[in-house]
Unconditional design. Structure first.
Length: 127
């Protein structure tokens, strides 16, 4: 495996949550941020992204629609998409998985658990 750091694309319109993601991951991963679905679509085409963390409630485009766009693009083949939300319902989970989402976590997840989920997803991608 390359010594180059992996890159996380965090898509969230909440500045405080983007800062939290920076706090959790900046020592281990390169980070790219997008504050909207439209910005996400522009950004992933310009950066080499290894994993996407996406807020399930974005202001412009639904997160499941963005996930479908990402998963349909050949340059994103195999890139894990993990949804983060403040509220998890069974029907939302089903929509996430149908759109190609790889995991679905509460935004209240501990920093250690969030880091572990990302680490494991990237280890599985490398295997």
């Amino acid at each position: 495996m390359s010594s180059q750091r992996r890159c996380i694309l965090c898509v969230d319109d909440n500045h405080c949550y983007r800062r939290y993601i920076e706090f959790v991951f900046s020592d281990s991963y390169d980070l790219v941020f997008a504050a909207s679905g439209e910005e996400c679509i522009e950004t992933y085409r310009e950066e080499l992204i290894d994993i996407v963390l996406i807020d399930s409630a974005l202001p412009d485009i639904s997160a499941t629609e963005i996930c479908e766009i990402l998963k349909d693009d050949p340059i994103m083949t195999g890139v894990p998409v993990i949804f983060l939300t403040e509220y998890i319902s069974s029907s939302e989970r089903i929509c996430v998985y149908r759109s190609g989402g790889d995991d679905y976590l509460s935004k209240e997840v501990s920093p250690n658990e969030l880091h572990a989920v990302v680490d494991i997803a990237l280890e599985e991608l490398a295997a």
